[in-house]
Design a protein around this ligand. Sequence first.
Ligand code: ATP
Length: 463
Amino acid sequence: MDRKPRDKDMNEIVSLCKRRGFIFASSDIYGGLQGVYDYGPLGVELKRNLMASWWRAMVYERDDVEGLDGAILTHRLVLRHSGHEATFADPMVDCRSCKSRWRADHLVKGKCEKCGSSDLTEPRPFNMMFKTTVGPIVDDESYAYLRPETAQAIFTNFKNVIDSTSRRLPFGIAQIGKAFRNEITPRNFIFRVREFEQMELEFFVMPGTDDEWHEKWVAARQNWWMEQGLAKENLKLYRQTKEELSHYSKATVDILYKFPHGFEELEGIANRTDYDLGSHTKEQGQFKLMARVEPNHDSVEKLAVRDAESEQFIVPFVIEPSAGVDRGVLALLTEGYTVEDLENGSQRVVLKLRRHLAPIKVAVMPLARNNEAIVDMAKQIKAKLQSLGIGRILLENTGNIGKGYRRHDEVGTPICVTVDFETIEKTPAKVTIRDRDTMKQERVAVSELPQFVREYFRPSDSQ
Ligand code: ATP
């Protein structure tokens, strides 16, 4: 068969997402909220499958990582002392001609993207954190932030986790959750948005071993993305220059992916040193003294570990692999989106997602939508497969098998099971299994179907 994968086009991906229910503009009926998206019936499955795969690799399959689910609303002092209030800003410029606003470092040749004018204001820092008020009284101190990264809840809970789990270095704390950044110019669909999800690991190590762990994590994370189906040639590593580093970082390596708009950051792996644990320990002490919460300085929670030999407190260094879920979803959609020319001259769109990520695992299709015996059999098969716990099994009762196959190719369903007249008339009862990628069909006995499906979706075989 003649296969011609085309260049990936963002418009085609956006259109597939809307048409088939992966991703919608948020508040769509009121014109949309810029930089905010909702995940539809299939998008929510894809996103959750990606997050589950990350959690499996980062927490369940390791012996040195614990999980956490911190709150989104964050105490203002946490983000003051983490350095975000002062430095979490992007350079913003205004176009004097058309009055639009831009992120200075994203403009090509310093020209306004809307009208092409070079008459721009000097860049000035724009803090990207969303502020909100907490409680019924609004005064100078009643505000809190929507977290701009999930990491801070890990640092502020460092001692709680150590005390409740008796962990020793090296060990990590993993978290998946929403983060919010008031991006000056959200763009490229779900690539740069104002509300997004992060999968972050803070891995605490002895100072001095940090460079080695940094390299290990860069390699591990690149491998993991390949296991999710991203091709090696579509991934690149980029070492940030001194000028590009965040305020907390000693070194950062970005994993770039070839998105439809070019190679851009999918995940960043930073060496955050002892910056965060150190500054929260110090500033907490200052705060307690000033606020007279606890005048005894010794009662400050030391975000540190006690070294068994020297009995001294050591502030661990932190290696942070931080990946965006939404950018991950966009990368999977980009990688998987394929247009194939068929022998009969027509084309088909296939979303080649790895089995463990596919939103629908199996579509069960009755050949005749009004034949009670066939539909009943399909329902029984659906219920049986659903009970295997491998993910969503769909009963697709439209009566048009050809259309059903095409629809499920487009949304990446790995196998379709068709129940036909022979299934209900002959013994042993058999169904047709049709494979998304090869389009091959085979007959399998209904009694053997659960075993077949279980084998097909065995986690170690994530293809
Ligand atoms: P960029 O340089 O693209 O603005 P960043 O370096 O500020 O990203 P980090 O602070 O390292 O990003 O955040 C870690 C991860 O979170 C990024 O690799 C990305 O996947 C995701 N992320 C960050 N900002 C956004 C955003 N506005 N929309 C979607 N995902 C984001």
